[in-house]
Ligand binder design. Structure first.
Ligand SMILES: Nc1ncnc2c1ncn2[C@@H]1O[C@H](COP(=O)(O)OP(=O)(O)OP(=O)(O)O)[C@@H](O)[C@H]1O
Length: 256
């Protein structure tokens, strides 16, 4: 399989600490790729570097065959990389549909002064975006909540709205930072089904998770970080048997 995303030799230092230490990670086109590791392993730092949120001290990132090392996150977003964060980035007082419409932002063609006069062109385009957004909401089983305020929704539904907003940008690569964090078990199952369906419909997904059980069941491939280094990479069945992975988790209390 060809790699959609290929990071090689990535390094990020914080003072004397090397948080990400010569990490290679390759995400195949159309795959669901998990990134796990104990607390402080460097997962978020690595993903921040890949998605242009944080600086890269050394190494290269290739995306869709292009060298994108050091590009800012908005440039990467316009190339098709969408990202969700551990903490909510939603507008709590706005409706679900308006939040998800914000994800279409990069696709809006009309400009001032059309917006000022709400011309037929704006109306037409806006209608097209709403149709696309409704399709995403239906896909994630959120259509019935389209006009509810985000603040009224359960935590699990809000996480789905964030996912919907990322999908609405029609990304080539979806990067998710702990989408299952804080979800009750039944919502974790829903999330697992949603991620699998998205992968089956052609998305490539890179997901950081502490819920290893979830990733073991849904991922095609996993990369395991510990203390900034890759200690295992492969299909879940192989990763789960790796002595380094068992040691990294059993040696600590947090994720075991
Ligand atoms: N802004 C920062 N300044 C200094 N050190 C940092 C900074 N961000 C991260 N670190 C350090 O880098 C290391 C990796 O942190 P990172 O958050 O990437 O790990 P993680 O695997 O995502 O952890 P968690 O699972 O707890 O979110 C940790 O030792 C952390 O303390």
């Amino acid at each position: 399989m060809t790699a959609l995303l290929e990071a090689t030799g990535l390094i990020r230092r914080w003072g004397g600490l090397t948080a990400v230490d010569r990490v290679d990670v390759s995400v195949a086109q159309g795959s669901l790729h998990g990134l796990i590791g104990p607390n402080g392993a460097g997962k978020t730092t690595l993903v921040n570097m890949i998605t242009g949120v944080d600086r890269i001290d050394d190494g290269r990132v290739r995306f869709q065959g292009d060298d994108v090392t050091g590009l800012a996150s908005h440039r990467l977003a316009s190339k098709g990389m969408a990202r969700t964060f551990q903490t909510s980035q939603l507008f709590e007082d706005e409706s679900v549909i308006d939040n998800v419409m914000a994800g279409r932002h990069g696709h809006i063609r009309y400009r001032f002064p059309h917006t000022l006069f709400y011309t037929p062109r704006v109306v037409r385009e806006e209608r097209g975006h709403r149709t696309e957004v409704y399709a995403v909401l239906r896909e994630l089983d959120l259509a019935e909540d389209a006009h509810r305020q985000v603040a009224e929704l359960s935590y699990g539904r809000r996480r789905l709205v964030e996912l919907a907003r990322a999908i609405a940008s029609q990304p080539t690569l979806l990067v998710l930072d702990e989408p299952a964090a804080g979800l009750p078990g039944s919502d974790v199952d829903v999330l697992g089904d949603v991620l699998r369906r998205l992968r089956d419909s052609g998305y490539t997904i890179l997901v950081i998770e502490h819920n290893i059980g979830l990733l073991m069941t849904i991922c095609d491939r996993m990369t395991v970080l510990s203390e900034g280094k890759v200690i295992a990479d492969g299909v879940p069945a192989v990763v789960r048997e790796s002595p380094e992975v068992i040691e990294a988790y059993l040696g600590r209390n947090d994720d075991a």
